[in-house]
Write a protein that binds this ligand. Structure first.
Ligand SMILES: Cc1ncc(COP(=O)(O)O)c(C=O)c1O
Length: 426
């Protein structure tokens, strides 16, 4: 087990030497599991296992027992269970539940805690598929929403008794706005004093951009935290995955909805993320962050650039808030690996610039996703956020010519030189 005084950096490399998940305690690296179903010693044990997953109360009791009955991968599985133990630690949570993708984690956490007639308030700038889930799919189940500027939310906005969830990204994709979770959670705490357990407002925070090294929203009052593991935690661009990190009281609902929705992570992906992704996350993050500062400073000085947004720049509108919220567990400022910028001139110039990079750059790739070791560039309004209607994009912090970059671990001089070549062509 983790010694109390060990840093999270060390824990990410070693994990728990003794895990409840399987008899892997003698291995330096746990073996990969690849069994969709499990041998059961008796019919009684099989029936007990199924009973656990038939209703939340018996699952609750079983989880306290810590004696897993493995039945079938879609219910629970040893590799992802070990991964979950590590993710919980990284986000300072009590428990974590893995999913096949970030969207699997987001859908499950919203559907597990909302029902017809409930209301949700979300920040107006969100990853395109989260926006689409909230605005296109949830209304079909009678779940209504308001998309607002979450930093302007007041106690009055929380009075609606139908309101059950506040949803936002700690660092919004792609505007990079930082949501003041400390302020919001104080307002929610005050409102929740007047509500019974079933009706309390929950705060769900997608912490993908910040990563657990850059922020731990549970420490600031979030109830559930989402990670798209596909991004910086997996880090190499080979695995899809998602996770909800939370408190034990929410675990049974999430396990049950995962079983019925079926968005489980493949054990092979869980193993890769556990063995390669997590142990190297801090190293990669810090290298990417160092590079991001250099690239942001270069862009800020460039005469063809209209505006640069990076939480580590003094010119970032929420620089002070960023410094208080984006912090590593060591207390260091952690502005991260994501930046955006716009070019002077019209959309055609942006297109020319991006096409030049797509066709000529070595170290920068035109591709979606983010947080990976390779530097990626994209235009959110046309790509990742295409689900946000054109007329709403500007208001949602997605101007048509916004360029988003996720900075990798290359030599920063090469990233800058590829950008410089593209600038020369416009
Ligand atoms: C902030 C954020 N949350 C969630 C997701 C969804 O993650 P996944 O692609 O793993 O489903 C993304 C994907 O880009 C994202 O940027």
């Amino acid at each position: 087990m983790m010694k109390k005084n060990k840093s999270i950096k060390t824990f990410n490399v070693h994990g728990s030497h003794n895990t409840q998940a399987w008899e892997f305690s003698n291995h330096l690296v746990p073996p990969q599991t690849a069994s969709t179903t499990f041998r059961l010693r008796s019919l009684k044990r099989g029936a007990d296992g199924f009973q656990l997953f038939a209703n939340p109360n018996s699952l609750e009791k079983h989880l306290k027992n810590n004696d897993p009955i493995w039945i079938y991968d879609r219910l629970e599985e040893p590799s992802s269970k070990m991964l979950e133990e590590q993710l919980a630690k990284m986000e300072n949570g009590e428990t974590a539940i893995s999913f096949s993708s970030g969207m699997g984690a987001i859908s499950a956490s919203l559907l597990a805690f909302l029902k017809s007639g409930d209301h949700l308030i979300s920040h107006q700038t969100l990853y395109g598929c989260s926006y689409s889930l909230i605005t296109s799919w949830l209304p079909r189940f009678g779940i209504t929403h308001d998309l607002i500027n979450m930093n302007g939310i007041t106690a009055k906005d929380l009075k609606n008794k139908k309101l059950k969830i506040l949803y936002f990204e700690s660092v919004a994709n792609p505007s990079l706005e930082i949501i003041d979770i400390k302020k919001i959670s104080q307002l929610v705490k005050a409102e929740n004093r007047n509500r019974n357990d079933e009706n309390k407002i929950k705060i769900i925070v997608d912490n993908t951009f910040a990563t657990p090294w850059g922020m731990r929203p549970l420490d600031h009052g979030a109830d559930l935290v989402i990670q798209s593991l596909t991004k910086n935690i997996a880090g190499f661009g080979t695995e899809m995955g998602g996770a909800v990190i939370t408190y034990k009281k929410f675990l049974s609902s999430l396990l049950l909805i995962r079983k019925d929705i079926g968005a489980i992570m493949h054990p092979h992906s869980a193993w890769n993320i556990m063995v390669y992704g997590i142990p190297s996350q801090v190293l990669r993050f810090e290298a990417q962050q160092k590079n991001s500062i250099k690239v942001a400073e270069y862009l800020e000085k460039h005469p063809k650039v209209e505006n640069v947004s990076y939480p580590g720049l003094k010119s970032f509108p929420q620089y002070k808030l960023a410094k208080t919220l984006l912090q590593s567990p060591d207390g260091e400022f952690a502005p991260g690996q994501m930046l955006t910028f716009t070019l002077k001139g019209n959309n055609k110039i942006t297109e020319k610039f991006i096409n030049h990079i797509a066709q000529n750059s070595y170290s920068i790739t035109l591709a979606v996703s983010l947080g990976l070791i390779k530097t990626l560039i994209e235009v959110p309004g046309l790509m990742t956020h295409a689900a946000v209607p054109k007329e709403k994009q500007e208001q949602s912090g997605i101007p048509a010519k916004l360029i988003r970059m996720s900075i990798g671990i290359e030599d920063p001089a090469d990233i800058i030189s590829d950008l410089e070549d593209a600038f020369k062509k416009i």
